[in-house]
Design a protein around this ligand. Structure first.
Ligand SMILES: Cc1cc2nc3c(=O)[nH]c(=O)nc-3n(C[C@H](O)[C@H](O)[C@H](O)COP(=O)(O)O)c2cc1C
Length: 417
C-alpha cells in the first residue's frame, strides 16, 4: 500500500495526479492530507481518486487505530507537497495529526517532495529540518525552480507529479536507489542530439531523444550533485528538478558549453549524440528549388568533420584545462557486423577516446533510441566490464552513476580512476 501525504500548500492539487500515477500502476493508495491541505483540495477528490476513505486526525475511526496501522502497512510514503511546517513537525518527531503519526510508525521508504517559497526553502530552520530527515534515511527531493505562488519565481517549486512518481517508483524497487553520495560534487552532463544547420529553415539531426542524459542529470541532482545539463535536441523533455539546463544546438556549441562547464567538474558524462559531420556551408537564405523543381545545392551537400568532443575533453584534462581528477564518462551506440561484435567495437572506442568509463548500447531493431528502456555494457578503462540488464533509463542511470561515483571517490584519493 502506498500512502500519499498531502501538506497545506498551493501545489496540493498536483497530489491528485500523483495519486492517479500510483492507482493506474495497480497500487492500493491511501491519501492522508493535513487539515490545511483540505483547504486547498477537498477530501472528496482524494477519496474518489484513491477509492479509499480520507481522514486527517487520530480521533477518527479509532477502533482501527489508523495512526499506527497505516504506517505499519505502508510500502512507501510520499508526501507531496511537503510544506515547511510539515517537515518541521516530522523532523521533531511530532504526532499531532494522522500524517505525522503515520510517519513515526512507517518503516518503509519515505519521500518528501518539498514545495514552498524560496525564502522558506533557504531558511536555516528548513535546511536543518531537511538535513535531519535525510540523516534519518528519508529522501527529500530537490525542488524545481520556476513559478511559485503569485508572480515570483525561484527554487522551491514542487516537481511535476511524473517526476515525483518516477523517483518514488525507483525507491519502491530499491529503497537505497538515491544515496546522497554526490553531495558537494559538480557534475556536467550532455544530452540529446545536435542540430547542424543547412540554411535558415533546415537542419540535420539524429534519433537521440535525450532521455538517458536527462535521467542521469535527474538522479545526479537527487543524489546531491550540483548538476549542469548541456541539452541539445530532445523530444520535449521537461527540465529535471534541481538541474541547471544550458541549451545548445550544434556540435560546435556543445563543445564550447562542455569546455566551459567541465572546467571545475568532478564528473563529466557525454550522453549527447554529437553529429560526426556538419554541412560545410550554412546558407544565409533558404536553399530554393529552381524552375526545373530541383536544387543542386540540396542534392549535393558537402559535409565536413565535427570535432570529437569526448576525446577533446580527455585531451583538455591531460593539458590541465580540466582538473586532473575529473572522471570522464562517454557513450557509444554500436551495431555488430562482419568486422566485429558490439563489444569489440565498444572496447576499441574506449581505447581510442581515452575516457574512464564507456556506456555501450547495442542499437538497431528499435533499441536504445527514443524508447524508455535501455541495456548494454559498462566498460571501464581499468578493464572492468559490467553488463547493464534491460531496464528503464532511470534504472540504468542509477547503475552508471554507481560506477562513476566509485571512480570519483577513488580519484579524490589519488588512486587510479
Ligand atoms: C495560499 C497559501 C499557500 C501556501 N503555500 C504554501 C507552500 O507552498 N508551502 C508551504 O510550506 N506553506 C504554504 N502555506 C502555508 C501553510 O499552509 C501553513 O504553514 C500551514 O500551517 C501548513 O500546514 P501543514 O503543514 O499541516 O499542511 C500556504 C498558505 C496559504 C494561505
Amino acid at each position: 500500500m502506498i500512502i500519499v501525504g498531502v501538506g497545506g500548500g498551493i501545489a496540493a492539487y498536483k497530489a491528485c495526479s500523483l495519486v492517479r500515477h500510483f492507482t493506474e500502476a495497480g497500487h492500493d493508495v491511501r491519501v492522508i492530507p493535513t487539515e490545511s491541505a483540505l483547504k486547498f483540495v477537498g477530501a472528496a477528490t482524494f477519496e474518489a481518486l484513491s477509492g479509499n476513505p480520507v481522514q486527517t486526525g487520530v480521533f477518527e475511526s479509532v477502533p482501527e487505530v489508523p495512526h499506527v496501522r497505516l504506517g505499519q502497512e505502508a510500502d512507501l510514503v510520499v508526501i507531496a507537497p511537503a510544506t515547511a511546517d510539515l517537515m518541521a513537525r516530522a523532523a521533531q518527531g511530532r504526532a499531532d495529526d494522522l500524517l505525522t503519526g503515520t510517519l513515526l510508525t512507517a518503516r518503509c521508504p519515505v519521500v518528501f517532495a518539498p514545495a514552498m517559497h524560496t525564502e522558506m526553502w533557504e531558511h536555516p530552520a528548513t535546511r536543518a529540518n531537511v538535513a535531519t530527515l535525510r540523516e534519518r534515511g528519508a529522501t527529500v527531493i530537490e525542488p524545481a525552480s520556476g513559478r511559485l505562488t503569485g508572480k515570483d519565481t525561484g527554487a522551491g517549486r514542487l516537481p511535476e507529479p511524473e517526476e515525483i512518481g518516477l523517483l518514488a517508483d525507483l525507491l519502491l524497487e530499491n529503497p537505497a536507489a538515491l544515496p546522497r553520495d554526490l553531495e558537494g560534487r559538480r557534475v556536467v552532463i550532455s544530452a540529446g542530439g545536435t542540430k547542424e544547420a543547412l540554411d535558415p529553415v533546415r537542419y540535420l539531426t539524429n534519433r537521440s531523444s535525450g532521455k538517458q542524459g536527462y535521467a542521469l542529470a535527474r538522479l545526479a541532482a537527487q543524489r546531491g550533485a550540483d548538476v549542469t545539463l548541456v541539452a541539445g535536441n530532445t523530444v520535449g523533455l521537461a527540465a529535471p528538478s534541481g538541474v541547471h539546463v544550458v541549451r545548445i544546438a550544434s556540435a560546435l556549441d556543445l563543445r564550447s558549453a562542455m569546455t566551459e562547464h567541465a572546467a571545475d567538474a568532478d564528473l563529466v558524462i557525454m550522453a549527447a549524440a554529437v553529429a560526426d559531420y556538419r554541412p560545410a556551408e550554412v546558407a544565409t537564405t533558404k536553399l530554393k528549388k529552381g524552375s526545373d523543381g530541383r536544387s543542386e545545392q540540396l542534392e549535393s551537400i558537402t559535409m565536413i568533420e565535427n570535432p570529437d568532443v569526448l576525446a577533446g575533453l580527455v585531451d583538455a584534462r591531460a593539458r590541465g584545462d580540466l582538473r586532473p581528477e575529473t572522471v570522464i564518462v562517454g557513450f557509444a551506440a554500436e551495431t555488430g557486423d562482419d568486422g566485429g561484435s558490439v563489444l569489440d567495437y565498444g572496447r576499441a572506442k574506449l581505447r581510442r577516446k581515452g575516457c574512464d568509463l564507456l556506456v555501450l548500447n547495442a542499437v538497431g531493431d528499435g533499441r536504445a533510441f527514443e524508447v524508455d528502456e535501455n541495456s548494454g555494457w559498462l566498460l571501464g578503462a581499468d578493464g572492468n566490464e559490467t553488463a547493464l540488464p534491460l531496464g528503464s533509463k532511470t534504472a540504468m542511470a542509477g547503475r552508471i552513476l554507481d560506477a562513476a561515483v566509485e571512480r570519483v571517490a577513488a580519484a579524490g584519493t589519488g588512486a587510479a580512476r
